[in-house]
Design a protein around this ligand. Structure first.
Ligand SMILES: [Zn+2]
Length: 78
């Protein structure tokens, strides 16, 4: 697009029909952003002692997380 702001005549046209009953559609778009946040972290922390796995918290190294089951230091899985 020459303008690049997304407000062109194609998106604003009445042909889409989303403007009339689109309240539900709007919520769907917001939920999509939330799902992307969860997938962004990636990976798990695994306990080398009892093999318990927990979701890795972004910004917190697994080696600084203690196993909730046995208290050992976790390590990064994969
Ligand atoms: Zn453990």
């Amino acid at each position: 697009m020459p303008k690049g702001d997304g407000t062109g005549p194609m998106g604003a046209g009445p042909g889409t029909g989303r403007g009339m009953g689109g309240s539900g559609m709007g919520q769907g778009q917001g939920r999509g952003r939330m799902g992307g946040f969860g997938l962004g972290a990636g990976g798990n922390c695994v306990c080398p002692s009892c093999r318990k796995t927990i979701p890795h918290q972004q910004g917190v190294p697994c080696t600084q997380v203690k196993c909730p089951a046995c208290g050992a230091a976790m390590t990064r899985e994969r």
